[in-house]
Write a protein that binds this ligand. Structure first.
Ligand code: AMP
Ligand code: MN
Ligand code: MN
Length: 321
């Protein structure tokens, strides 16, 4: 696989993009890459375009340089997309991608569609941030870049507890820690801390949940009306689906919230044997074996029925085979 310096060499302008509803890995990888380019190639015109993200990530260097939205006519020599598996996931950023001379996708989703000219993808790696570290020159990763990459790694591994975390993940995390990042603070402030809206939404989602498939499946939905009652937005939905998966004997958790009337964002997590990325892909989404998502259209009852049908079958399969 090419190293990042090989693809940047000789380039004069680069746009960095992530996916819609940026999560920790998306923000961390985009900003980590941005800071790396700024440090190594100060003359390169580097812009980063993202949808608005949680203010908890604002402490990362470069967060104040992000263009929130995609209002630009600029044509870049190179467009690098981090943590997005397909063109649809870029939202308004797709136009910036289409205009660019060369396009590169740096990603860890096995559902990556190969939408970019060059795909630097490793499906079994914990996070785009971990992959990015492998693509960078190690001795150039300073404290600021390390904070970005560490943030992405903890978010996509649930603070190093998911099966995707490997000995190499911990080794890299150790190297990032050695640069002097405030790791306790990063974990507490960006991962565990909840604001009041998030806490209320979490409580309601837990109350709304029901068990299916002999207790192997748990599902909960928050309607637009409920979200409005808490003044909660899509940015406040992080962590709910993971909390649902913690229920004893559950193999799959599914959490849906209504983004717009009759449009639901679904998040799925599994524990041992259900590949939720296959189910998400069947509904036009994607992700990883243990964490995936998609968007569903229809009434609350319709979308639940469609998704639960599929999930119930998978959960009731013999998990030992
Ligand atoms: P989420 O449930 O949104 O936290 O996403 C879990 C994983 O699935 C992440 O790696 C996402 O990038 C991926 N994912 C979520 N929604 C979609 C979608 N609509 N299309 C493709 N991948 C998705
Ligand atoms: Mn992501
Ligand atoms: Mn990721």
């Amino acid at each position: 696989m090419e190293k990042i310096d090989q693809v940047l060499s000789g380039c004069r302008s680069v746009a960095i993009l992530g996916h819609v509803h940026p999560d920790g890995d998306c923000v961390g990888s985009c900003l980590g890459l941005y800071n790396y380019i700024q440090k190594r190639y100060p003359a390169m015109e580097t812009d980063i375009y993202l949808e608005p993200f949680q203010k908890e990530f604002a402490f990362l260097k470069g967060a104040d340089q992000v263009h929130y939205g995609f209002e630009t006519e600029k044509v870049y020599e190179l467009c690098i997309v981090c943590d997005a598996s397909d063109r649809k996931r870029l939202g308004g950023g797709a136009e910036i991608l289409d205009r660019a001379g060369r396009t590169i996708s740096i990603d860890h989703h096995k559902t990556n569609t190969g939408f970019a000219g060059l795909t630097l993808m490793q499906a079994d790696i914990s996070s785009t941030c971990e992959l990015l570290y492998e693509l960078m020159e190690e001795d150039q990763v300073d404290r600021e870049i390390a904070a970005c990459l560490y943030t992405g790694m903890i978010h996509d591994t649930g603070v190093f507890k998911y099966q995707s975390a490997t000995a190499r993940t911990m080794e890299i995390a150790g190297k990032l820690m050695a640069t002097g990042i405030p790791f306790t603070d990063i974990i507490d402030r960006t991962f565990y801390q909840k604001n009041y809206r998030q806490s209320k939404a979490m409580g309601q989602a837990l109350l709304n949940s029901s068990l299916y498939a002999q207790g192997k499946l748990i599902c909960s939905v928050l309607t637009a009306k409920e979200l409005a009652g808490f003044q909660a937005t899509s940015m406040d939905m992080e962590g709910i689906v993971e909390q649902l998966r913690l229920v004893e004997d559950v193999e799959v958790s599914a959490f849906l919230y209504e983004m717009e009337p009759e449009t639901f964002k679904a998040s799925m997590r599994s524990r041992e044997y259900v590949d939720v990325s296959e189910i998400a892909a069947a509904f036009g989404g994607g992700g990883h074996a243990r964490a995936a998502g998609c968007t569903l259209h229809g009434s609350r009852e319709e979308v639940m029925c469609r998704l639960l049908n599929r999930l119930e079958k998978e959960c009731l399969r013999d998990g030992t085979k």
